[in-house]
Design a binder for this molecule. Structure first.
Ligand code: ASP
Length: 356
């Protein structure tokens, strides 16, 4: 099996690898092909924090770059941005103050995946996952092995814990338990020398970027990259690097991904289920909603349910189908958005909501 070089791909090799004619014949007839947004590729979608990412990935597609490489290039803009505390540089750390990243990538034409989990000191986890995809017969590298692999591939190491993320972590740690030896905020002995630093940002608990692309040949690629659940137990791996959970691509059907409570997405094989629903003819939005309903039905632990018996956590699904239809749905909340880029430009659109 050959996987295209990153970031550019030879078009002839790419079309041969994709078996374009067979794919067209195998394309399921969508139930709602008349929807106005159905117009084929190129189209890129992402979680709401990826407006820059979808624009960058679309520009790459228009340059003939392979979709898997294009989405990795797109999300690097968010991984590199220290203001986004859910991904890459500036991501919130684990309970010991160490940033550990998870990411996965999948290349539709070859059905090859690559992923890393618990990666430290390298900000572009999705690019490392792409190298796993391109250079190895494996799918998932973790921890020290993932870092050694990244070093071998020439990635630079750095401290990913920004001052802002360290302040947020310290605040969380200090207020964790009223009975430990860390004084809670309201008991600190003297004011912080810099009151802005003392205030710290509101800690996020989840955050991630998922990005999927369909090119004008009908080929798909997708990736998901994250610093995961903030203040997690060291070694905890979320859904983002798990193929079929936080991200999945089937070149004959479509691509899907997830952000939010990773444990629920892993236990539902979320992205895999979405793609299978699309294969049976569902619109991407309907497929996302079905999987959110599935998660809701299988959430049994009382601590995860509100007084109406609905999941009390955030979870958002994203999907793009081979014919260019796309959609996103979220478990709960108002004005939750996802990002899209196509011939009409880059913009945000509203997610469908399961529990409004
Ligand atoms: N899904 C990610 C995880 O559980 C976090 C998130 O998307 O908020 O690691």
């Amino acid at each position: 099996m050959t996987v295209p070089p990153s970031p550019r791909v030879d078009r002839r090799h790419f079309i041969a690898a994709s078996g374009a004619a067979a794919l067209t014949a195998a394309l399921p007839r969508p139930a709602d092909a008349a929807r106005p947004q159905v117009r084929g590729g190129p189209v890129v979608i992402s979680s709401g924090n990826g407006l820059v990412a979808v624009a960058r990935a679309l520009a790459q597609l228009n340059d003939g770059v392979d979709p898997a490489a294009a989405v990795v290039h797109g999300v690097a803009a968010v991984e590199d941005d220290p203001r986004d505390m859910s991904v890459g540089l500036g991501g919130l750390p684990n309970e010991q103050g160490v940033v550990q990243l998870d990411a996965s990538v999948m290349h539709g034409p070859t059905h090859k995946a690559g992923a890393v989990a618990g990666l430290e000191n390298v900000r572009n986890a999705a690019a490392v996952a792409l190298e796993v995809l391109r250079r190895t017969d494996h799918v998932l590298l973790v921890g020290a092995g993932a870092l050694a692999f990244a070093r071998a591939c020439g990635f630079e190491e750095e401290n990913l814990l920004t001052e802002r993320a360290r302040q947020a972590w310290l605040k969380w740690k200090g207020n964790l338990n009223p009975d430990d030896d860390w004084l809670d905020d309201d008991q600190l002995v003297t004011p912080a020398p810099d009151s802005r630093a003392h205030a710290g940002p509101t800690p996020h608990t989840h955050g991630t970027i998922h990005c999927a692309a369909l090119n004008d040949q009908g080929d798909l690629g997708a990736c998901t990259t994250t610093s995961g659940l903030s203040y997690k137990i060291p070694g905890r791996v979320g859904d983002s690097p798990i193929i079929g959970a936080g991200m999945y691509v089937e070149n004959d059907i479509g691509a899907a991904g997830a952000t939010g409570r990773g444990e629920s997405v892993i236990q539902s094989c979320g992205a895999f289920q979405i793609v299978q629903h699309m294969g049976r003819g569902d619109h991407p939005t309907a497929a996302c909603l079905k999987v959110l309903e599935w998660i809701a039905r299988h959430t049994r632990r009382p601590a995860l349910l509100n007084d109406r018996g609905q999941p009390n956590f955030g979870c958002t699904m994203y999907a793009v189908r081979k014919d260019g239809a796309y959609g996103s749905a979220t478990m709960r909340g108002r004005n939750v958005q996802f990002a899209v880029a196509d011939a009409a430009g880059a913009r945000k659109e509203e997610c469908a909501v399961l529990y409004g």
